[in-house]
Design a protein around this ligand. Structure first.
Ligand code: UTP
Length: 294
């Protein structure tokens, strides 16, 4: 079986839910404490065995390229002032993987973004990680859980989690036959159904392992919901040819693409980190006391 070596990370979207912050700065570069969101996602991919990262970018996304590039002037300045640890920290970012950038000229949807990466992927299985979904599991990274399923069956796998019924219209929803704990053989998938239409509450959460046959399926897929080329629709076309699995991912998930999810991620991380947790705990207690007094 071919190794899953490459990951596509689409980051070409406009990030309209984060305007005005995302007007000139990619939303993926916004920090969770002191590390940009996109670096957590690349680290998850690398910890899952990925060697090559293919970013699908657009205009105003230069900061992402700069972040994963060498920064000799910064390193020199840090070196001169004896900040060896920071030099290591900065250098490690650009050495984590091989980085490739592909430009999506028009933002025609997630499916279109994946199709844009076809030449960089070639004829091999590959992973997809959305640039605004964080999945934290230090022992068993989210993407690795899907890659392990791929190595067992050699077929495409989508990462899922259970969501409240009223939230189905925010996700691609999967209906499948349970074959093992958390693992399903997919029957049907639909993008952003209303709670009444949703066939289940099993939602796709921004992690995929795909066979290269997805590219042919994408070429046959008509533009769907929101006038966009939807990856979920292409997966339904792929399913006519080969089986697809869905796997519930174990870990803590943060949707950092919206304001509330972003704030929650920062608070959660700050409560976990050794250098911030005491401060954060005291701050929350102090604020809660003031709110109770009101
Ligand atoms: P989103 O639906 O979150 O879109 O895309 P968005 O533009 O980033 O944010 P909003 O909804 O306007 O606030 C999911 C992922 O797919 C990428 C986005 O960058 C994001 O990582 N994407 C989406 C593309 O790369 N190209 C597209 O045409 C659409």
């Amino acid at each position: 079986m071919q190794k899953v070596r490459k990951a596509v990370i689409p980051v070409a979207g406009f990030g309209t839910r984060f305007l005005p912050a995302s007007k000139a700065t990619p939303k993926e570069m916004m920090p969770i404490v002191d590390k940009p969101i996109i670096q957590y996602i690349v680290e998850e991919a690398v910890d899952s065995g990925i060697e090559t990262i293919i970013f699908v970018t657009g205009r105003h996304k230069r900061a992402i390229e700069d972040h994963f590039d060498y920064a000799p002037d910064l390193e020199e300045t840090l070196e001169r002032s004896g900040k060896k640890e920071l030099v290591e920290l900065i250098r490690r970012i650009s050495n984590m993987a091989e980085f490739i950038y592909v430009r999506q000229k028009e933002q025609l949807g997630l499916g279109h973004a994946i199709l844009t990466a076809e030449h960089a992927v070639g004829n091999e299985p590959f992973a997809v990680l959305l640039g605004d979904e964080l999945i934290i599991n230090e022992k068993n990274p989210g993407l690795k859980q899907l890659i392990d399923v791929y190595y067992k069956f050699g077929k495409s796998v989508v990462g899922t989690t259970e969501v409240p019924k009223e939230d189905t219209s925010k996700y691609g929803i999967v209906d499948g036959k349970l074959i093992e704990d958390g693992l399903r053989l997919v029957n049907y998938m639909v993008e952003k159904p209303s709670p009444e239409e949703a066939p289940s509450t099993s939602a796709i959460i921004g992690r995929y392992v795909l066979t290269p046959d997805i590219f042919d399926a994408l070429k046959k897929t008509p533009f769907g919901k929101g006038g966009e080329l939807q990856l979920t629709d292409a997966l339904m076309i792929l399913r006519e040819k080969e089986v697809i699995y869905s796997k519930d991912i174990e870990g803590i998930r943060h949707d950092t693409g919206n304001k509330l999810g972003y704030i929650k991620a920062i608070v959660d991380f700050a409560l976990e980190r050794e250098d911030t947790k005491e401060f954060m705990k005291n701050l929350i207690l102090e604020k809660a006391k003031k709110l109770n007094e009101k």
